[in-house]
Design a protein around this ligand. Sequence first.
Ligand SMILES: Cc1ncc(COP(=O)(O)O)c(C=O)c1O
Length: 373
Amino acid sequence: MADIDLDAAARNLRQVRSAIDGQKILAVVKADAYGHGRAQCARAFLAAGADFLGVAQLGEALALREEIGPGPRILAWIYAPGAPLVDAVRAGIDVSVGSFWAIDELAAAAKITAIAARIHLKVDTAMTRGGFNLENVEEAARRIRGAGELFDPVGLWSHLARADEPDCGVTEQQIERFEQARTAAARGGVVFEIHHLAASAGALWHPATRYDMVRPGIVLYGLSPEPEVARAHDMGLRAVMTLSAQLTVDRQVPAGTGISYGHTAHTDRAMRLGVVPLGYGDGIDRKASNSAPLVVAGERTRILGRVCMDQFVVPIPEHAQAGSTVYLFGDAAAGLPTADDWAAATGTIGYEVVTRLGARVPRRYHGTGERCE
Ligand SMILES: Cc1ncc(COP(=O)(O)O)c(C=O)c1O
């Protein structure tokens, strides 16, 4: 069971608000709100004062519009040629463009719908993923301006590649290129209303990247963009997801017993073992085998042996039995391992730990995001 605390989600958004300087906040809810539930988290973030919602794919944006209704601003930034931009414009989605074909297709959609498309021009400043090269920004702006009423030019934006490494210098270079893009856009005849560059790490650790709006994702879910720079708990963030299960088996085994596929672990003494009904079919990383931390009946322990598709084995204390609750991760303040701890144990990042949680794990929602201070 994944318990999702929407009041914690809202509190995290307010925590971000208190750390910045009055900029707008675009709450990122892509990939089913990093596995937490898109519609529920979106509503909580809006209740807590988010100015925009952001998703990656156009399809996610259209689904989100259905879920939350007309009104709240939604930005989407990933789609391929031939995507349903007519539907997006009709749904009032803000659309990012990072290629000339995208400008042309968005203009065509605006013409068909007779609705001005809200456009955010994306420039690549070092990520080397999507976005216009700097040298094409002026021409892109010129085409946007040339389309006249077809476009409502809302945003000029980019994405930071190494904001989680505060001293590496790349962020400063990206700011410089972003400034050059702003000048180039103005030369092309467009002054955008909102400039946005920072995700969580930029917003928190590089104040100069905040511009008019920040786009936090991971911190809203109570995890750190880089625990080695700052742990979530120390930044006043609260984990939104708590993952738990009930033991299905309790048993006593002698010393020297091989555990799970491949017998990659053996008991070093006679001990009690429990079985947890979660596995890689639920998004539990197989690299958690013999490593990831847990709390069973109030005591810290670790996975023993290999994670299977549907279950894994864990040493349990005397007082634990079938039916006892096992916590995989949750909030540090509750004495639980965090998703960031799981990431450290499995060689990944907290983002992946929560986002990869499978559809087979039920989500149970608590709170609304509306009544927290
Ligand atoms: C364009 C963009 N903005 C913002 C975010 C949010 O990033 P983070 O979760 O690090 O805050 C992402 C996530 O990868 C993104 O792709």
